[in-house]
Design a protein around this ligand. Structure first.
Ligand SMILES: Cc1cc2nc3c(=O)[nH]c(=O)nc-3n(C[C@H](O)[C@H](O)[C@H](O)COP(=O)(O)O)c2cc1C
Length: 260
């Protein structure tokens, strides 16, 4: 067997790993132990190992040292829902930069977001130097301001306000290959993970739609941001310490929902 190794002393032949595999790579052998289905294509999601209650399985491409204990969160639904509902698009930040260690912690959560093919086709570009972020924001503003539809931002810009990055000290870009079929979706989910992790850290975030559009359409700006020429920005998030706290959750239009 090349895909997984079974500890036959530990395995209870309960078939949990077999049913957990999303591709059907495992089956019960004549002896009842799981074995690889010949010709199957494993996506290395790690579920077979992670779900086994007996620790009987090792995936030969996924070192056991890379698995984390599945800590049961102590947070209630109400607390989690509050974190998600209280998250706001923050557009007023304190001057303090986001420390590299904090950003690394957030990105480590974001890389655990689901991706369509579990192949991590996205990557992150973290601009944590406030001066570099400012330079990029200013360059984007200069490029965009003459465009139709941008008139509404001219007043803000004239007052010295940064309508692009909102003076955020840092910016994370989620990148994918231009022809990656799920790049946009994977990046969007990763950015959502990132903003919730940031909120739990007491940080404020705002999606950078303007940044994303600018870096996707202007190769020079993409170069200034250090985006590799083969990569495309599929998500952008400004991150910093919020200057103010919101006291209320704004109302939202009810989402049309069909029940069957
Ligand atoms: C994909 C996307 C792009 C966005 N781009 C920007 C942006 O460039 N600048 C900005 O100030 N807000 C941006 N926003 C924030 C939205 O305006 C904001 O989510 C919306 O007004 C609701 O407010 P809330 O996030 O506080 O709930 C973006 C949001 C999303 C989801």
């Amino acid at each position: 067997m090349t895909l997984v190794s079974i500890d036959t002393d530990m395995c209870r032949k309960d078939g949990i790993c077999i049913s957990a595999c999303p591709i059907g790579c495992l089956t019960a052998g004549p002896d009842g132990f799981p074995r690889e289905v010949e010709g199957s294509t494993c996506i290395k999601c790690g579920h077979c190992v992670a779900i086994c209650p007996h620790g009987a399985l090792v995936h030969n491409s996924l070192p056991m040292s890379d698995f984390l204990p599945a800590v049961r969160p102590q947070t209630s639904f109400a607390e989690t829902a509050a974190l998600m509902r209280n998250r706001r698009s923050v557009r007023e930040f304190k001057d303090s930069p986001v420390p590299r260690e904090t950003m690394a912690e957030l990105l480590d959560v974001a890389r655990h977001a689901p991706t369509a093919k579990n192949t991590m086709q996205i990557s992150f570009l973290a601009i944590i130097d406030p001066a570099k972020a400012r330079e990029l924001g200013e360059a984007i503003a200069r490029w965009m301001l003459p465009m139709p539809g941008m008139e509404r931002y001219a007043g803000l810009h004239a007052k010295g306000e940064d309508f692009v990055l909102r003076d955020a000290p840092s910016l994370v870009l989620a990148l994918a290959d231009a022809d990656s079929d799920w790049g946009l979706t994977d990046a969007g989910i990763a950015i959502s993970y990132l903003e919730l992790a940031a909120a739990a850290h007491g940080l404020g975030t705002c999606w950078g739609g303007i940044v994303q559009r600018a870096l996707t359409n202007n190769p020079e700006l993409a170069r200034l941001a250090s985006v590799h020429k083969n990569r495309v920005v599929r998500g952008a998030l400004m991150i910093g310490t919020p200057k103010f706290r919101y006291s209320l959750v704004p109302p939202r239009t009810p989402a049309a929902t069909i029940w069957r």
